[in-house]
Structure formats: C-alpha cells, structure tokens
Design a protein around this ligand. Sequence first.
Ligand SMILES: Cc1cc2nc3c(=O)[nH]c(=O)nc-3n(C[C@H](O)[C@H](O)[C@H](O)COP(=O)(O)OP(=O)(O)OC[C@H]3O[C@@H](n4cnc5c(N)ncnc54)[C@H](O)[C@@H]3O)c2cc1C
Length: 428
Amino acid sequence: MAKDQFEVVVIGGGAAGVAAARRLRDAGLDALLVEARDRLGGRAWTKEVAGFALDLGCGWLHSADVNPWREIAERRGLAVDRTPPPWSRPQAQTGFSKAEQSAFIETLMRFRNRADAAGEDGPDRPAAALLLKSDERWRPMLDAISTFYSGAELDRVSVQDLARYEDTGVNWRLASGYGALVAVYGAGLPTRLGCPVERIDRRGRRLRLETPDGPIVADAAIVTLPSDVIAAKPSLFLPALPDKTEAAAGLPLGLADKLFLSLAEPEQFEKDSRCFGRTDRAGTAAYHLRPFGRPMIESYFGGALAAELEKGGEQSFFECAAEELVGLFGADFRRRIKPLAYHGWAADPFARGSYSYALPGKADCRAALAAPVDNRLFFAGEACSREDFSTAHGAYRTGMAAAEQAIAALRGAKAAAQTRGANVSTIE
Ligand SMILES: Cc1cc2nc3c(=O)[nH]c(=O)nc-3n(C[C@H](O)[C@H](O)[C@H](O)COP(=O)(O)OP(=O)(O)OC[C@H]3O[C@@H](n4cnc5c(N)ncnc54)[C@H](O)[C@@H]3O)c2cc1C
C-alpha cells in the first residue's frame, strides 16, 4: 500500500511546486509532491515534435540575468541561447514601415511610463484609463500587446499591478525547452502523478487531502494551484476559505495560446525575426519566424481572440494564422505552412488559462493569496508573486518562500513539542 502520511504535501507540480518540493527534501523533511497530470511542469511544458523541443507554455527566461532557472540550466550544462528577442529589434514586415514601427514603440514606451507613474500613487484603475487621444492610432496594437503580455485587453488589467512588475529586460531561451528543465528539476522527488487533490480538510489536528487514490495526511501543505483553479472551487477547502477564493478570483488567468507551424522555404525570413498579423486590430497574432533558426513559425494568440479561437480548436487557430500570413506574404504562402503543435490553455482543466493578471483594484490580492493559514497551509505559484507574477521564475521564487515558511513552522512545532516533553519529565 502506498504511504499516506507525510510531514508536508506540495499540491501541484509546476515551477512553484517543484521548487518547493526540492527545498523541502534538501531540508530533510518527509515531503510528497502531488500532481493531477501525468507529467511535472504544469504551464511549463516542452513537447518533442519533429525532432524539436517545442515550448507550449513558457519559453522565455525573462529577467534571465537574475532568473534562478537560468542558473539551474547552466549548472546542468544546458546551453542558454542569448539571441536578443525578436521584439527588441525592428521587424521585417510588409505594410508596417520602419517609421510606423518607431512611432508605435514610442507610443508604447510613453504608455508604459505613464502606467509606472500612475501605479505608484493614486487609486488603482484599468490600464485603458491611461490611454490618451494621441494614442488612438495605435490603440489596437496597444491592446494586442496587452493580450500577449497580460493575456487580457487593457480595460481588464490593473495599472497598479502592471507597475509592480519587475523586469531586467534580459530575455534568453533554452533550445532544449523551458518546460523540460522544470520537469527534470522535479525528477526523482517523491511524487504522485495523475492524482488530483479534490479537498483539503483542515478540521483535524493534521490536514487530510482527499484524492481519487484515497486520503493523504500531512502536518502541512503547500498549495501551488493556478489562481483560476482555486477560484473555481470554493469547496477545495474544508472549512471554506472565502478570503482565498476571493483573492484568487481577483487574479484571473489571462489567455495566451501558441500554435507552431512548419515552414517550407524558410530562407525567405531572417532567423528569429517577428511580425504582427495586423496592425489595425487588437485581435491579431504575433509570429516569431524561424525561432532558433528552425524551419517553423511560433504563432502567439492572446486575450479575447484566443478565447474565441479555442472554441474551434487547432483548426480555428490555423485558419486565423493562415489568413493573416497570406495577407502579409501572398496567397502562395498557405501551401508553405502546416500545423505542428498547439495547446489551448483555457480548455485545460488543470490550468484554466495561461498567466495571471490583477483586475483593477485587485493588485493586493497577490499578497492575500500568498498569506499562510494557521501556520500549516502555505501558498505559492506565479499569482502569489508581487513583482514576478505571470512568470516561471516568479513561480519558483514563491515556491522557495513557501517551503521556507513550512520548514520554519514544522521546526517550530517540533521544538515546542520537545520543550513540552522536557517540562513534563522535569515535573515528573
Ligand atoms: C502560452 C504560455 C506562454 C508563457 N510564456 C512564458 C514565458 O515566456 N516566460 C515565463 O516566465 N512564463 C511564461 N508563461 C507563464 C509560466 O508558464 C507560468 O507562470 C508558470 O509556469 C506557472 O507555474 P506555477 O507553478 O505557478 O503553476 P502551474 O505550472 O500551473 O502549476 C500548478 C500545477 O498544479 C496542477 N494541478 C491543478 N489542479 C490540481 C489538483 N486539483 N491537484 C493536484 N495538482 C493540480 C497542475 O497540473 C500544475 O502542474 C507562459 C505560459 C503560457 C501558458
């Protein structure tokens, strides 16, 4: 029979859960990682297709110069690709002149500066409230960028939260896959895969986690579930934790979906270049041409467009990409592309979206979601991060922080029990 008693259980084996479980093991605690899927990594997921490692979730080591995953990759001897990201260079795009690109970048920078300033003082508001009349020409593209960045259009996103996000501006990649790195970092840890936790019963002296494989009992648990998964299931906690459910609901997961396309005659394009499908509407995709020099296109869809396309699955994404690319490169282009790999993150029951943003007025929900309960229920995951939210390195850092909290709580409890024991024997 499988062991069912542990000091700590980590719920969810994504970047946060894997980091937490490793830290607990290194501290010598008896910990179990419980994951609903049949793989580790969660929203970090590398799929091998046609001999290439394709990241269907996170791909960029954002803030790569200080990113703990970059350090882990280097310690493992993995090559870190330092090619500057395509969005940092002018685009080779028909219908979007260099002058227009400069005008757009300037508008975007001015908007971001306004958001940073507005986030620091004054009441919170939707990011769209900062748009000026002079931004009108670029409004569709500002919204499109917001759907890639936050997974949602500007009218849904909190300015305060946006302003708190920190980024060193260094973005690198792993040809071997970001998801593969997260999964391998968790390999060898005591883990139960394919085991969704359905309820966390905290009525007794020890926590009791209900799963289809039977209960698991623990002194403490670290919950790393995506915010939308927590918000959708108030019955996850017994007794309920309405503050947690409400905090999670203030931090919905925005939507970003990738569709990889194979590309015939790739030489037409510069390696690692980029174009937008359209510059006159918010519902458009960004196309990363020849990532790592590979004969393919990584198409990125966000926000309302991605939500709409998910209703029709991969074929709808392909049709949208084909229409936009034909619009840019001519009717003949369609025969040069074929779908290679796709994942719809909104339809994924163990994610329900891609990465969190805060609704206007809800930026402080991140701290509320991260706060421990009864010094035995701890919280981690990208949505819990004040300044690294929506990223895999933010998830890692929250996992480490929650593990430290759990270690301190259990050591404190052990020390208290020993003192009690000593006092009893002194009295005897
Ligand atoms: C398309 C896309 C592109 C992205 N691009 C980037 C990028 O370039 N750079 C970057 O840094 N980040 C990016 N991200 C975001 C990044 O992937 C996430 O922020 C990060 O991986 C989240 O890690 P996590 O541990 O917080 O959550 P998750 O990875 O979601 O982990 C939570 C785990 O809980 C599991 N789970 C769910 N329900 C249960 C249950 N009931 N019981 C047990 N387990 C359960 C899930 O299966 C999952 O494994 C991207 C995400 C997507 C989807």
